[in-house]
Design a protein around this ligand. Structure first.
Ligand SMILES: [Cu+2]
Length: 279
């Protein structure tokens, strides 16, 4: 049989049927995995109101992209079956400008829309200033530890002098001993904050780019050398949470972590008193 003359043949439906069914099965399996959630690995519940906004935004994004995924894959399966080989000659098309315009515009609207809806969750912890009575804690990262500094009873952070940085002699931040404001500063390796009280973190790095990430806060912020980056949160659940660095910052990155303890106001005051007395 000559390939150029296939009018006598009616083509083969088998490859189209197979590919289309494979796509439908793949879509059904994907929807099943998301709907039935057979892997019990959901993230722990959020402990801030902004965290709930973030979760809502993820869910919304999943719904929108999931719908687009299902419709486009089923459309693809339909096209494979509808335009299968019936022995006809291939037919050339230059595309359809109207359709191009429609789906490009729809994509822009969806992406911009999701971005606009999510901006509040993102901007609320970064672009709005912290409350005046927020607890201020300075977070300093370096390879491969976190250090947290509280200003002490005077409410003032003491001056830092990079030339005096010496972790081995107990001055990892380089506190200047000549500055009286630094005398009562408290430096600790884990973060303790009061529940239901706004906390402002001032995030710094002494060497490379690190990151401050706490799943339960739904908060992730890079620490960039040369910058002090403020973010704030209000935790509403007493507990012990993990802080991790999510920037690949060197060989010890895997062990760069610390802990966040959210405690009652009374326990927080005790913590400050104890640490103040011991430093
Ligand atoms: Cu790091």
């Amino acid at each position: 049989m000559r390939l150029s003359n296939r009018n006598s043949s009616s083509g083969s439906a088998a490859p189209a049927a197979m590919l289309a069914s494979l796509i439908v099965i793949m879509v059904a399996a994907t929807v099943y995995v998301f709907a039935a959630n057979p892997f019990p690995s959901r993230p722990p519940a959020a402990i801030t109101s902004v965290g709930l906004l973030v979760d809502h935004q993820y869910f919304l994004t999943l719904c929108v992209t999931g719908t687009v995924f299902i419709l486009s894959q089923l459309g693809l399966a339909y096209a494979i079956w509808r335009f299968r080989d019936r022995g006809q000659a291939a037919h050339f098309t230059r595309g359809n400008n109207t359709m191009e315009m429609i789906w490009t515009t729809a994509t822009i609207v969806l992406f911009l829309g999701l971005g606009l809806m999510g901006r509040k969750a993102w901007a609320q912890v970064r672009f709005t200033p912290a409350e005046a009575n927020a607890v201020q804690v300075e977070v300093t990262t370096n390879q491969f530890v976190f250090n947290f500094r509280y200003p002490g009873p005077d409410g003032q952070f003491g001056k830092l002098d990079p030339t005096q940085v010496s972790a081995s002699t107990g001055n990892p931040l380089g506190l200047d001993p000549k500055d009286p404001a630094g005398k009562d500063d408290i430096v600790v390796p884990t973060l303790t904050v009061p529940v239901d009280h706004q906390v402002e973190l001032l995030i710094r790095s002494q060497d490379v780019i690190h990151n401050f990430y706490v799943r339960e806060l739904r908060l992730q912020q890079d620490a960039v050398p040369g910058m002090v980056i403020p973010i704030h949160f209000t935790a509403n659940q007493i507990g012990h949470y993990e802080i991790m660095c999510t920037q690949l910052c060197g060989l010890g990155h895997y062990r760069m972590r610390s802990f966040l303890d959210v405690v009652s106001e009374a326990d927080y005051q005790n913590f400050l008193k104890q640490q103040g007395a011991s430093q």
